[in-house]
Each structure stands twice: as structure tokens, then as C-alpha cells.
Design a protein around this ligand. Structure first.
Ligand SMILES: O=C(O)CCC(=O)C(=O)O
Length: 244
């Protein structure tokens, strides 16, 4: 199964316990602080945080550990197989369950939130890729996605569902959906171009690392404060991903 054809790649048991242990405490530390400062957003249904490597929730040593994890050789090798150009780091996110366990999930393509027209989106997905590396800290129900839609446009009903048109709701089931359940240690690589939705439950806690093409259309979304400082950069063996 190839990423290029399907838009995703599941690599089971990709990470060792040692590998995960090096970042797990740091992720929970960030999450606890985020929850204190963002209690009202969580009440309102927010189910992810972002930008773990900027701000002051984590100290320099903790940020360095995250960057060492992100730039490790085994991840770089996967990046090299899925991109034909030389991509760069975009950001990080944590995904958790919404406070209200009856909250519905929603099909979307990330690109639908970027302000591009539908015609521009159709063109853009042919050559641009924002790619998530999903790293679950515990077993989770995962992501449901529609294979090949990283390059192919929606069927009419799929478009209606993710845009709430013609009496459709973004949480409606879609026939072509494929659910990828994940275990601790697994790595799910998927293009955010794809029609996809998160499957909530099991008190999930996933770390997503996001990469993108090194092209101006996408680089406008890079916030340099998420990049390693000069001091941290010196400590990294692989600086490739941060040359933006
Ligand atoms: O896991 C989720 O809740 C949704 C994930 C998602 O939409 C994304 O990573 O772009």
C-alpha cells in the first residue's frame, strides 16, 4: 500500500517504548497547562491544542526533546518516501476527546478552512500536501478517511456532507469512509487534503506532527515561533526540516 496512491500510510509498532517515553511526560505537561488556561474553550467543545514548541508551557530542554523526536532519522526516512520535494516542519498538535461525549465529529479537508475558493482548492490538492504524522500515546479509535482523496475531488454527496449542504450534516456517515484504528506505538501518516474525520472515544491522547511543502502558498501558515531557537538547533543532528 503506498502513500502516493492512497494518501495515507499506517505503520504499526513504528515507535519503541523508549522513543515514546522520551516525549510522553512532556506532552502531558503541556496538556495540563493548556487545560488550565483554556478551560472555557474546552467547555465549548475544542478538542485539540497546537504549537507545543512555542510559548512558555515547556522549557528549553523539553522543547529540545520534542524537536529531537520530530527530526529523528526514522521519521525523516518516511518523509523522504512520501514527498517528492523537500518538505519542512509546520507545527504540532494534541488531539483529545471533547468534554461532551455526545459531540459529533465532522468530515472535512483541512484546505477548506484556508480561504481558497473551491476551484483553487481543487487545483491545490493536485500538488500540495500538508501531512499529519499521528502518534497515539494510547489505543484509540483513530481516523476515518476516504482513500485517494488527497488528490481526487469529492463525490457530490461527500461535498454536501462536509459543507452541510442539502440537508446533510458533517457527521453523516460516508460510504467510502475507511476507519484506521491505532495502538500505542503506531504511526499514521495522512494527507490533510483528504476527506477525513476524527473518531472520538477511549479518552484519546494523540500527538500530531505536521509537515508541508516548502512553497510560499503553504509557508504562509508557518509561525516561526514554533521553530527551534539557534540554541536548540545546534543540538539537533538533523536540521533539514527546519530550514524554512
Ligand atoms: O482527530 C481529530 O479529531 C481530527 C483530526 C483532523 O482533522 C486533522 O488532524 O486534521
Amino acid at each position: 500500500m503506498s502513500y502516493k496512491e492512497n494518501g495515507y500510510l499506517l505503520l504499526e509498532n513504528f515507535f519503541t517504548e523508549t522513543n515514546l517515553y522520551a516525549i510522553e511526560k512532556i506532552l502531558y505537561k503541556f496538556h495540563e497547562k493548556w487545560m488550565v488556561d483554556n478551560a472555557s474553550s474546552f467547555e465549548k467543545g475544542v478538542l485539540n491544542s497546537h504549537s507545543l514548541t512555542s510559548g512558555n508551557y515547556l522549557d528549553m530542554e523539553e522543547k529540545t526533546a520534542l524537536f529531537q523526536f520530530i527530526s529523528q532519522q526514522s521519521i525523516q526516512e518516511i518523509i523522504d518516501t512520501i514527498y517528492t520535494d523537500t518538505p519542512v516542519f509546520l507545527n504540532t498538535q494534541l488531539f483529545f476527546d471533547p468534554k461532551d461525549n455526545s459531540q459529533k465529529n465532522y468530515w472535512h479537508r483541512d484546505i477548506q478552512y484556508t480561504g481558497l475558493t473551491v476551484e483553487e482548492q481543487k487545483q491545490a490538492i493536485k500538488h500540495q500536501d500538508v501531512v499529519h504524522f499521528r502518534i497515539p500515546m494510547k489505543a484509540e479509535l483513530g481516523i476515518e478517511l476516504i482513500p485517494k482523496t488527497h488528490r481526487e475531488w469529492d463525490l457530490p454527496h461527500e461535498f454536501d456532507v462536509r459543507n452541510s449542504l442539502n440537508n446533510s450534516k458533517p457527521s453523516d456517515d460516508l460510504e467510502r469512509g475507511k476507519t484506521i484504528q491505532l495502538n500505542r506505538g503506531d504511526l499514521l501518516v495522512f494527507s490533510a487534503n483528504m476527506i477525513h474525520r476524527g473518531i472520538y472515544g477511549k479518552d484519546r491522547f494523540s500527538f500530531d506532527v505536521i509537515f508541508c511543502n516548502n512553497i510560499p502558498e503553504i509557508k504562509r501558515f508557518i509561525d516561526q515561533s514554533n521553530y527551534p531557537s539557534e540554541g536548540i538547533l545546534k543540538k539537533l543532528k538533523n536540521k533539514e526540516l527546519f530550514r524554512s
